[in-house]
Design a protein around this ligand. Structure first.
Ligand code: F0G
Length: 452
């Protein structure tokens, strides 16, 4: 049983047989993670060539588990009995080239792994299929999460498919309508709390101590295990030839922890021969991890009151910061922060490549530009951006951007903001309202042609 997984505390190293309701170490209160003691053996089942062939073979299988881009890699995941698996054919997301963005950044090889192409349109589905299945296995009738919108949409879908009840806590007025509408349609009990994401987390942590609900936030280590598969699938798509850099947005920091964990495990299992540098980008108004690394050398994290239009990552006290720090250091990655305007411009640039993503995902491109300028990313290096959410998650943001309504202030002349604002203007494509006659449309077409 090579994939017999055990739990371990990331701080004190305790190895409890099972986790409590809050998934924290009973000795020191820190987070738990899965590890695989059996992977030290030289068993044929873990031979890299055998695994690669097995996973590729499953792509033509008609079995529901094999068709999932998560469960297809189950040899690297803790065991969950098959009859409890709740799957929506998640994963299997495309890897796109971004030629225009690459030119703008000044590198040749720029790819985007689009996790927004999952069943509920965000990367959360890869972790949720696994964590929801573990809740089903544990015979929970209720699952719950605090969310900025994507976790809740995903959890609600998987709970519905697994016939479990579902409680969603979201900050009132601070998540996009698209995400809110998803959890309503999937039948969740949706509570909009008059607080921010961090306030929702606090309430939920108290709730799980009193009620038998299964917590499905990313402190739940099953979530991290499922989310690992994005990196495994990425390496398979790259024929197991790692890129030089992988860039992810950082909010609660579960995703970066998961991708980093997968990279380290794949290196240990000799599935890849070298580690990409994993870099984490935060919005400037929601930058506690950036500050932790840059100001305190990762020794502590000071929670902040977060604010950004990229509401998915409006998080001031990220739960998984220590896990993220560990993978940042192990892969020699970098942290960056980006402004609201930089996020908006980067989002429109990804859109102009015919791809699109939600605002939080666009921090990756905005961050890459900074990492290019600082010399951390070199022109000849290959880069993969992890796009975490679909463009249609937050159409309000997109429409306001194109109508020029996103930012009220005019930037000061001669500042970098002025250059960025000019770039934004260049990308804006506000809809044109015309009388319904052919002449007006032809005039609009001719004007557009002259300006192109
Ligand atoms: N991108 C998107 C689109 C997200 O929804 C999130 C997190 C992140 C990036 C950041 O990922 O938290 O693992 O560092 N959304 C959570 C939610 C918090 O509730 O949907 P992270």
């Amino acid at each position: 049983m090579e994939n017999t997984a055990k739990l371990r505390c990331i701080a004190c190293g305790a190895t409890p047989d099972s986790a409590g309701q809050d998934f924290r170490c009973t000795s020191c209160g820190d987070l738990l993670e899965f590890f695989f003691p059996g992977w030290n053996s030289s068993s044929l089942a873990l031979d890299p060539a055998v695994l690669k062939a097995l996973w590729i073979g499953r792509r033509t299988s008609r079995d529901a588990l094999d068709q999932s881009g998560v469960w297809r890699f189950r040899e690297l995941l803790p065991h969950i009995p098959e009859e409890h698996a709740i799957t929506l054919c998640e994963g299997n997301t495309p890897l796109y080239r971004l030629p225009r963005c690459a030119r703008a950044v000044g590198i040749e090889n720029l790819l985007a792994k689009h996790q927004g192409m999952n069943p509920t349109a965000s990367f959360k589905d890869t972790g949720m299929t696994f964590a929801a299945s573990s809740a089903h296995w544990g015979k929970f009738s209720w699952v719950a999460c605090a969310s900025t919108g994507n976790t809740s949409a995903s959890m609600a879908a998987y709970a519905a498919r697994g016939s479990m009840h579902c409680l969603v806590l979201i900050p009132e007025g601070k998540i996009s309508w698209g995400k809110l509408s998803q959890s309503l349609d999937y039948g969740a009990l949706t509570c909009q709390l008059r607080t921010d994401f961090d306030g929702c987390v606090r309430i939920l942590n108290e709730l799980v101590r009193q009620k038998p609900v299964c917590l499905l936030n990313s402190v739940n280590p099953y979530r991290i295990e499922g989310q690992k598969t994005a990196a495994i699938e990425l390496m398979e798509q790259l024929a197991w030839e790692p890129p030089d850099h992988i860039i992810v947005p950082g909010g609660n920091l579960g995703n970066s922890s998961a991708i980093g964990k997968a990279l380290l495990e794949m290196r240990d299992l000799k599935l890849i021969s070298r580690l990409p540098k994993l870099s984490i980008i935060q919005a400037q108004g929601a930058n506690p991890f950036y500050r932790s690394v840059r100001e305190f050398g990762g020794k502590k994290l000071e929670p902040i009151t977060a604010d950004t239009l990229a509401t998915a990552i409006r998080i001031g006290n990220p739960a998984s910061w220590k896990k993220a720090l560990r993978v940042l250091q192990a892969t020699s990655g970098e942290v960056e922060q980006v402004t609201e305007l930089e996020i908006a411009v980067a989002k429109a640039e990804i859109g102009a490549d015919g791809i699109g993503c939600e605002p939080a995902s666009a921090v990756t491109l905005a961050g890459l530009k900074k990492l290019r300028r600082s010399g951390f990313v070199k022109a000849g290096e290959s880069v993969v951006l992890i796009l975490t959410g679909h463009q249609l998650k937050d159409p309000d943001f997109t429409i306001k951007f194109h109508r020029g309504e996103l930012f009220a202030d005019t930037p000061v002349a001669g500042t970098p903001e002025e250059t960025e604002a000019a770039q934004a203007k260049y990308l804006q494509r506000a809809p044109v309202v015309l009388d319904a006659d052919l002449g007006s449309v032809i005039a609009a077409l001719d004007a557009a042609e002259r300006n192109s």
